[in-house]
Design a protein around this ligand. Structure first.
Ligand SMILES: [Zn+2]
Length: 386
């Protein structure tokens, strides 16, 4: 492939510059035309790492703010969705949603439906998404079963209308206390639903290590719930990844980048085939790596080279201005993966999903042919295929 070290973001089919996730311009020399963009959008995919509150559309945010008379100006809301040099922290936006905007069951039903509508448009056939009940229970005065039923209702409506399946993953808010985390798992156990198969943990990792929540994970496992955990996300130690695997005994890791600081742990995860749900637009690396080196030095590249199983995701799509198709496109255009690598990642996602085994087997059997037909239609050059 011809080298174009100073390539800029190529124009999209409308002629406008497209900047997925506000990442620096690619340095791979790869250009993306309309046919290739359509390929990234259309490839059949699962999404395993998306936060419901990070998917709220800007227009829905503004509408909910009006309905609930939230103390926010239009400029405040515009600022939440702007990703300039000094963006508002995502956690601040999520806290605002929890405190002022998501107060009625229908608010939750609506944002779940809209997330799945947006995801389905991007080729997502099955989504597993996070929601943190603890702050919602405190701020909304709604009971857990009411909230769970509202979100599951949105998922069922989306399945009926759009053919996209979904699972909800209630997630421990790391700013919560260990007893609040335990209470979340107890509520899940008392309100078991087949569309709510397991737990995660997320939000502020820096001073809230995973061992604080070992009891909640132990209860989840005893109750038959599946487990995943955000770990090694913000430049935080590989020890958090090790603790999530060894003490919390999770089945998959969300992010996990700092694992690259411990080659023995990398080898162990590669051997076990642990799935890492990675996010190419992760804000920590966008903030800390030099723009010229961002996509070259990103640990996602070394994770793959070390034999870890990866699967790309949108994480907070509306706040990070990325879509599921956009996340897959960045893996090719910026992070240098080939089309065959993406095909393997598509299947990694299916294998690591918590959908029932019969459905996974169906996807494993039929998606590769769909992928290959789409790749042929996009006319990838042979040099792109490895
Ligand atoms: Zn996340």
């Amino acid at each position: 492939m011809t080298k174009q070290p100073h390539a800029t973001t190529p124009p999209d089919d409308t002629g406008a510059q497209r900047n997925i996730g506000n990442v620096p311009a690619p340095r791979t020399g790869r250009t993306i035309g309309p046919a290739q963009r359509e390929f990234f959008r259309a490839i059949p995919k699962v999404e395993l790492h998306c936060h419901l509150l990070g998917s709220v559309r800007a227009a829905t945010f503004a509408d909910l703010a009006r309905r609930h008379r939230a103390p926010l100006s239009t400029a405040d809301i515009d600022g939440f969705y702007a990703r300039g040099a000094r963006p508002v922290g995502v956690l601040h936006v999520l806290r605002t949603l929890e405190r002022h905007l998501l107060l009625a069951p229908d608010d939750f039903r609506r944002i779940a439906y809209e997330y799945l509508e947006d995801a389905a448009r991007e080729g997502v056939r099955h989504a597993e998404f996070f929601w943190n009940p603890t702050a919602t229970l405190r701020d909304s005065d709604l009971a857990y079963p009411v909230l769970q039923a509202a979100i599951v209702g949105g998922m069922e409506d989306a399945a009926r209308d759009l053919g996209v399946s979904a699972l909800l993953i209630p997630s421990i808010d790391r700013e919560a206390t260990p007893s609040e985390a335990l209470e979340m798992v107890e509520l899940m156990a008392a309100n078991r639903h087949e569309s709510v198969p397991g737990i995660g943990i997320d939000y502020r990792e820096t001073d809230r290590p995973p061992e604080l929540f070992a009891d909640a994970y132990a209860l989840a496992r005893r109750t038959g719930l599946r487990t995943t955990a955000h770990a090694g996300e913000f430049g935080t130690s590989w020890k958090n990844v090790a603790t999530a695997l060894d003490l919390l005994q999770v089945e998959r890791i969300d992010h996990g980048y700092s694992i690259m600081d411990n080659p023995d742990l990398v080898a162990r995860c590669a051997e076990r085939g642990i799935l890492f749900t990675i996010v190419p637009t992760n804000s920590y690396y966008l903030r800390t790596l030099e723009p010229d080196r961002w996509a070259i030095d990103h640990p996602i590249r070394t994770m793959a080279a070390a034999g870890l199983k990866l699967h790309p995701n949108s994480d907070d799509p509306s706040l990070h201005q990325v879509t599921p198709g956009g996340a897959w496109e960045l893996m090719y255009s910026h992070l240098g993966f080939g089309v065959a690598d993406l095909r393997a990642m598509m299947l990694n996602g299916v294998a690591g999903s918590w959908a029932d085994p019969a459905r996974r087997a169906e996807w494993q059997a039929s998606w590769p042919a769909t992928f290959d037909a789409l790749a042929a239609a996009a006319e990838w050059q042979p040099s792109s295929l490895s």
